[in-house]
Write a protein that binds this ligand. Structure first.
Ligand code: S3P
Ligand code: PEP
Length: 456
């Protein structure tokens, strides 16, 4: 378990979870009354880790206001710090920790090792930065991180002339032998395994001598909103980015402007709380909901009504109201037929919800989530069926049939979204015990405290 040296003594990404975890695991609390909760959430992982990279490559110091403080963002900070970036915590106003002042290195320097943990954003976004640094940078991560695909970044950098040594061919660990400069230019990669391959190359591209003209060659491209987020964060810092046709992006070479940015709350981490309203009954309100955003979690406002919820947005508050309860205490959760190719990150929590529905569901377009923190299709099938469920694995998704569930162990596979999915089922099913609730520290160290707050 990593607590990085950057952590202030009072900051422990696993603190809340440790307090409620026993030897057997974390006993998921059952909801005994309908919910009536209003809550704020910490910053977005995807926005924080993009802004950290851009701030480190910018033409002057920038401040991130209300950034996420979690294992993934700490790993990003440590990685960039080891390449020479300066960081200073400054008092924040967001309620979930300090703001962060980022001072770019005068010259990025390699001769270091970067621990990627299990963070896709760190293992994909930092190798192009390391290529811009002078000296070798070794990348490694958790055991499962070594299974996550890296080919788009590794092959892409190689095709751009970067010297890279990957003994295991296409996965961590590997070493980027940076020379302090990348030529850039035209490049084709297959990003069907992860949109992060595209985002990684685009984020560093303004610093390539000729910028980048990137094409995706594979059949599918998952998680398109995350690429849109990358483009928007680049444009906000004055970088010229175009997408002349689907699957092609150009980035002009030039400075990345230093700007202070507000990090939005993490809308994907809103999912377990909003889903809880449908499971427990009542309503859950999330505050600070942005009017406009590139975060894929915003799609919850359209997705949850398909399960029967009523969603109301008033100013910056989004409220999910549970459906009317059916006969015999049935929750009234409807079955769905969803293509979640754009929003694979939301799939585990929505599958947990579907497992509590009155009708069958099919969720497809998510073959790529086999390459997330764990093989999420296999993990969800094993854990829900272990509690008596009836989930069938499809090539690129899951079919979920209604079945009465019983308590029992729920394995998280070190995956934060598997852990929160176990918590969702545990709201309705007594005796669900999550083995590694501390894995929520990847993006939401306050998960158990906020869950208790929601139930209080
Ligand atoms: O760029 C990002 O911040 C992310 C992109 C997506 O990755 P994939 O395209 O690999 O699904 C998403 O699932 C992940 O949680 C975060
Ligand atoms: C896939 C995810 O994370 P990562 O950024 O590690 O890819 C996720 O958070 O659901």
């Amino acid at each position: 378990m990593l607590i990085s040296k950057y952590s202030e003594p009072e900051f422990d990404p696993y603190g809340d979870a440790r307090e409620t975890e026993t030897d057997e695991g974390w006993r998921a609390p059952v909801a005994v009354t309908p919910l009536s909760a209003t809550m704020g959430l910490p910053g977005s992982k995807s926005l924080t880790n993009r802004e950290l990279v851009l701030a480190a490559l910018a033409d002057g110091p920038s401040t991130l206001r209300a950034p996420l403080w979690s294992r993934d963002s700490e790993l990003m900070i440590e990685g960039l710090r080891s390449l020479g970036t300066g960081f200073e915590r400054v008092p924040g106003h967001g309620g979930f920790g300090d703001d962060l002042r980022v001072t770019p290195a005068e010259e990025l320097l390699g001769s270091t090792t970067i621990d990627c943990g299990l963070a896709g954003t760190v293992m994909r976004f930092l190798p192009p930065v390391a290529a811009l640094a002078l000296g070798p940078t070794m990348f490694d991560g958790d055991e499962h991180a070594r299974k996550r695909p890296m080919s788009g970044v590794i092959d892409g950098l190689r095709a751009l002339g970067v010297d890279l040594a990957d003994d295991r061919r296409g996965t961590l660990p590997f070493t980027v032998h940076g020379t302090g400069a990348v030529g850039g230019g035209a490049l084709e990669i297959d990003a069907s395994a992860s949109s992060q391959f595209v985002s990684a190359l685009l984020l560093s591209a303004p610093r390539f001598e000729r910028g980048l003209d990137l094409r995706h060659s594979g059949e599918r491209l998952p998680s398109l909103p995350h690429i849109e987020m990358t483009i928007e964060t680049l444009r906000a810092r004055g970088v010229e980015v175009t997408s002349p046709e689907p699957g092609r992006w150009t980035v002009a070479p030039g400075p990345i402007r230093a700007i202070d940015v507000d990090i939005e709350p993490d809308l994907s981490n809103a999912a377990p709380f909003l889903v809880a309203a449908l499971v427990a009954g009542g309503s859950v309100t999330i505050t600070g909901w942005p009017a406009e955003t590139t975060q894929v979690g915003a799609q919850l406002a359209q997705l949850l009504p398909q399960f029967g919820a009523r969603v109301v947005v008033e100013g910056d508050r989004l409220t999910v109201h549970a459906p009317e309860r059916g006969e015999g205490g049935r929750r009234g959760i409807r079955g769905v037929d969803l293509d979640l190719s754009e929003a694979g990150e939301l799939a585990p929590n929505l599958v947990a919800l579907a497992a509590l529905a009155d009708e069958p569901s099919t969720i497809t377009g998510i073959g790529h989530i086999r390459h997330h923190e764990t093989d999420r299709l296999a993990a969800l099938t094993a854990e829900i069926n272990g509690l008596g469920g009836a989930v069938t694995e499809l090539d690129d998704g899951l079919r979920i049939d209604p079945a009465p569930l019983h308590g029992g162990p729920w394995r998280a596979y070190a995956d934060h979204r598997m852990a929160t999915s176990g918590a969702i089922i545990g709201l309705a099913v007594p005796g669900v015990v999550v083995d590694d609730i501390a894995s929520t520290g990847k993006t939401l160290p306050q998960f158990t405290a906020l869950w208790e707050q929601m139930l209080a």
